[in-house]
Design a binder for this molecule. Structure first.
Ligand code: NAD
Ligand code: WQD
Length: 366
């Protein structure tokens, strides 16, 4: 039995692929739009290996409205969208801001225009904790609640802030128009999901993060150190006001994050909240050295690191206050940091070439 139909943009990417898996495992029909800019076709096979289901896939760009028109015409049953597709490298966004605004903002406009035309009314949007910028400006706002004033500090963060605003204005306008026509307008809903730091892989070792090119984030870099692709980790600064001087983040297991999308979508469909922002984090902060220790434990040996200067744009503490999601979505992160590190290591060991290789043999033999 199919409970609903969802278009997932960016559905072959890291967070998107795990969300597709969660949707399929919960009886949603899934259609993916992705141009494979930062992902691989092989992920579709891995999703099928785990779930026994293969999502429909369109290899197209989100910056063409007609691509969405075709998908919605082909699948008139789609009434929900989860929108992941974006460029996401913070540093690069400072060098190529126009590309970031084009894909992240114009691509979102193309999607929303087409959704409106085809009367698709629920959207779950991949926002980011980065919209808060340096929340330590407000010492009483750590851990960070959704009511913390927003203030992104780089073009990537600005695109997330702009798209949050566009979705809010659009949904509110559609609701107002509907009310003027004597209807409730309650079918128009948007979830703005502000993720903290995604971590880990599928416990089977079959799905994980496979960044193309040079990774930017801590855990993929640590994984490269563990397999010898990188000599050591550079720790960016040990002069922060934390227990060991390194910066604090809220690392959330990818399975918890994916489930957060499922429950947010179900909430929109059942409770019609209009537009609402939710933090998806654990509420527990870990320093860079906590992560080195935890991942070293998973690997079974100490991983080499060297402390260097701070990375420009980094802030001391980005830890979520996830109470709103805990209470309203009845969602809580369940996996531990140790789970995330163990799963990441299993994925890394099993798939030295990421998705550019056959799945692990024992899995195919099953
Ligand atoms: P990802 O790069 O793995 O996934 C993004 C997907 O979008 C990729 O598969 C890519 O091929 C696709 N894509 C990019 N440009 C496209 C285009 N023009 N047309 C069609 N498809 C396109 O990234 P992710 O880590 O899975 O992130 C997913 C979303 O979550 C992004 O919106 C990102 O900004 C947001 N986010 C990520 C993090 C993180 O740390 N990974 C944290 C907070 C928010
Ligand atoms: C984590 C910690 C680094 C690499 C970024 C984006 C954010 C969101 C998640 C998309 C920091 C330290 C890192 C290294 C290090 N993405 N570090 N050595 O910066 O918290 O968040 O990804 O929305 O918007 O900004 O994540 O994994 O890069 O860094 O010491 O080689 O690890 O300084 O304290 P970050 P990260």
């Amino acid at each position: 039995m199919v409970v609903g139909s969802v278009l997932v943009t960016g559905g072959t990417g890291y967070i998107g692929s795990f969300t597709v898996l969660a949707l399929l495992e919960n009886d949603y029909k899934v259609v993916i739009v992705d141009n494979l800019f930062n992902s691989d076709h092989e992920v579709l096979r891995r999703i099928e290996l785990i779930s026994g289901k293969r999502p429909e896939f369109y290899n197209v760009d989100i910056t063409k409205e007609e691509n969405f028109d075709k998908v919605f015409t082909d699948h008139p049953d789609i009434d929900n969208v989860i929108h992941f597709a974006a460029l996401k490298a913070v540093g690069e966004s400072g060098e190529r801001p126009l590309d970031y605004y084009y894909v992240n903002v114009y691509g979102s406009l193309c999607l929303l225009q087409s959704m409106k035309k085809h009367n698709v009314t629920n959207i779950v949007f991949s926002s980011s904790a980065t919209v808060y910028g340096d929340a330590t400006r407000f010492p009483n706002m750590i851990p960070i609640p959704e009511i913390c004033p927003l203030g992104p500090t780089n073009p990537y963060g600005n695109t997330k802030f702009v798209v949050e605003t566009i979705i809010t204005d659009h949904i509110n306008a559609q609701r107002t128009i509907a009310k003027k026509e004597g209807k409730t307008g309650e079918e128009w809903n948007g979830a703005l999901l502000r993720y903290f730091n995604p971590a880990g892989a599928h416990p089977s070792g079959v799905m994980g993060e496979d960044p193309q090119g040079v990774p930017y984030n801590l855990l993929p870099l640590l994984a490269q150190v563990a397999v010898g692709k990188r000599e050591k980790l550079l720790v960016f600064g040990d002069d922060y006001a934390s227990k060991d001087g390194t910066a604090i983040r809220d690392y959330i297991h990818i399975l918890d994050l994916a489930r957060g999308h499922l429950v947010a979508l179900n909430h929109l469909r059942e409770h019609h909240p209009g537009v609402r922002a939710w933090n998806l984090g654990t509420g527990k902060g870990s320093t860079v050295l906590d992560m080195v220790k935890s991942f070293s434990h998973a690997v079974g040996r100490d991983l080499p690191y060297q402390v260097v200067g701070r990375r420009s744009g980094d802030v001391l503490d980005l830890t979520a206050n996830p109470t709103r999601a805990n209470e309203e979505l009845k969602w809580k992160a369940e996996f531990t940091l140790e789970d995330a590190c163990a799963d990441l290591w299993r994925w890394t060991e099993n798939n030295p070439q990421g998705y550019r290789q056959q799945p692990p043999k024992e899995f195919l033999d099953k």
